[in-house]
Design a protein around this ligand. Structure first.
Ligand SMILES: NC(=O)c1ccc[n+]([C@@H]2O[C@H](COP(=O)([O-])OP(=O)(O)OC[C@H]3O[C@@H](n4cnc5c(N)ncnc54)[C@H](O)[C@@H]3O)[C@@H](O)[C@H]2O)c1
Length: 249
């Protein structure tokens, strides 16, 4: 539920999916609930899994977060043979000291260990990432769509001795590169006036310009309703080769 990762529950529900995440830091969960990015928090690991799968089966686009360690949640999912359709991770695994929290200890104890004994903390974090990625690989074997979300967790797991850590791909190679190959990419604009109404006007103009692009229309409608503006009002959308030029003019 961090800076970038905190957008995932909203992204999932906007796409019509049910979302189950894990976060060790309660303050981060509270923030995302207040912002409307996350629907629910659950303290008990089995209750979180049961609820998420129930929502999925009922086709409810809701997001919930287990308050605890992601490595523990993934292991428990496997123990119960409950395999999600899509699995990824967006902890700050690239920084084993300040970004990733090891399991087998409370969050508060982990923070103290980080201060007191950084060397041991690093060791525990790398060990946990090994477990974390091993579970992701196991879920992949069991039919889940598994990918790395740009946080270097596969390389960290390799350090922990998980030799096949790179058996699942990164999201850029798997999903973004094919779009870039056909010239499709992100296109952003900002209302320098500071007036959110100006973004509404541009949303309408884009919809008029591309009447056949139903995915784009859906995104713009949902973005207006569900994404709070931060700083200057702005918008992003993905447009294809030639489309960006038309939108810009
Ligand atoms: N894919 C992309 O486009 C993209 C973009 C930006 C950032 N990233 C990468 O994604 C990662 C996350 O970015 P961020 O901005 O959300 O970072 P962040 O540090 O703000 O958030 C990470 C969250 O993970 C939690 N966490 C850490 N270890 C955990 C564990 N074992 N179990 C449960 N929760 C744990 C932390 O408490 C924190 O809230 C970074 O490595 C970043 O480089 C990827």
């Amino acid at each position: 539920m961090g800076g970038m990762s905190g957008a995932q529950p909203l992204a999932a529900t906007m796409a019509g999916a049910t979302y189950l995440g894990a976060e060790v830091d309660a303050s981060r969960i509270t923030k995302r609930i207040k912002q409307g990015f996350l629907d629910e928090v659950v303290e008990d690991i089995d209750e979180a899994i049961d609820k998420a799968f129930k929502y999925r089966d009922e086709k409810k686009s809701l997001s919930l977060c287990y308050h605890g360690n992601a490595a523990d949640l993934y292991r428990r999912l496997l123990e119960r043979n409950m395999i999600p359709n899509i699995v990824t991770d967006q902890t700050s695994a690239h920084d084993e000291l300040n970004g990733y929290v090891p399991n087998q200890m409370t969050f508060e104890k982990a923070l103290k260990l980080r201060e007191r004994d950084p060397k041991r903390y690093r060791k525990e974090a790398i060990r946990t990432m090994g477990e974390h990625v091993s579970s992701m690989l196991e879920m992949q074997k069991n039919g889940a769509e598994v990918f790395d979300y740009g946080n270097n967790i596969r390389a960290q797991a390799l350090r922990a001795g998980v030799k096949n850590a790179f058996d699942f791909e990164g999201f850029v190679t798997r999903y973004i590169r094919p779009l870039f190959c056909e010239g499709r990419g992100p296109f952003r604009w900002v209302a320098l006036s500071g007036d959110p109404e100006d973004i509404k006007v541009t949303d309408e103009a884009i919809k008029e310009l591309f009447p056949e692009n139903t995915k784009l229309h859906r995104w713009l409608d949902m973005a207006e309703k569900r994404i709070p503006l931060q700083g200057l009002p702005s918008r992003i959308c993905w447009l294809g080769y030639g489309e960006r030029e038309r939108a810009g003019v």
